[in-house]
Design a protein around this ligand. Structure first.
Ligand code: FES
Length: 169
């Protein structure tokens, strides 16, 4: 049996080092490519796309301090099908710059409520719930205040992000 010389041992360790280095580089490349590929496929699920925002109209059409009802259409594109759903929202502003937009369904069982100018409250006819102008529960069975749409103002228009259907039930 031949005895391993110092030079052979050096060759083996150099070879194993190169093997390790190649393996590490391969893993790094796979992580980078895999990570960006994964991110590419998964990011739309988390991104609020610009086209998801719905235009409710011009800011100067909303009276100060009085909830205003706005109707809108949500278009949802799913593969090759586009579906449309009509909905509405209650818009409130005290200064014409900052807006609160409420989902139109009562947070108890989803009945549509209305604004009552005489009492300055939102009234739900189904189980006699009463909400304050800020959406908080004044009276009745609703477990939480009125749901709010995410809202922003862009180019003088009020834009909302329609709520996820599961969240509303
Ligand atoms: S659904 Fe509004 S109070 Fe019950």
């Amino acid at each position: 049996m031949e005895k391993e010389t110092g030079q052979d041992a050096l060759k083996v360790s150099r070879r194993s080092f190169l093997g390790w280095a190649a393996g590490l580089m391969g893993a790094a490349i796979a992580a980078i490519l895999g990570g960006s590929g994964f991110g590419y496929f998964i990011s739309p699920a988390f991104k609020k796309r610009e086209e998801d925002w719905v235009n409710l109209g011009r800011v100067d059409q909303i009276r100060l301090g009085v909830p205003t009802k706005a109707e809108f259409t949500v278009r949802k594109r799913d593969a090759w099908m586009t579906t449309e759903r009509r909905s509405s929202a209650w818009i409130l502003t005290s200064n014409g710059k900052d807006f609160t937009v409420f989902d139109p369904k009562c947070t108890h069982l989803g009945c549509p409520y209305r604004w009552d100018e005489a009492t300055k409250k939102f009234l739900c006819p189904c189980h006699a719930a009463v909400f304050d102008v800020d959406g908080s529960v004044v009276k009745g069975p609703p477990p939480r205040p009125l749901d709010r749409y995410p809202v922003k103002v862009s180019s003088g228009r009020i834009l909302i992000l329609p709520l996820n259907e599961q969240r509303k039930t």
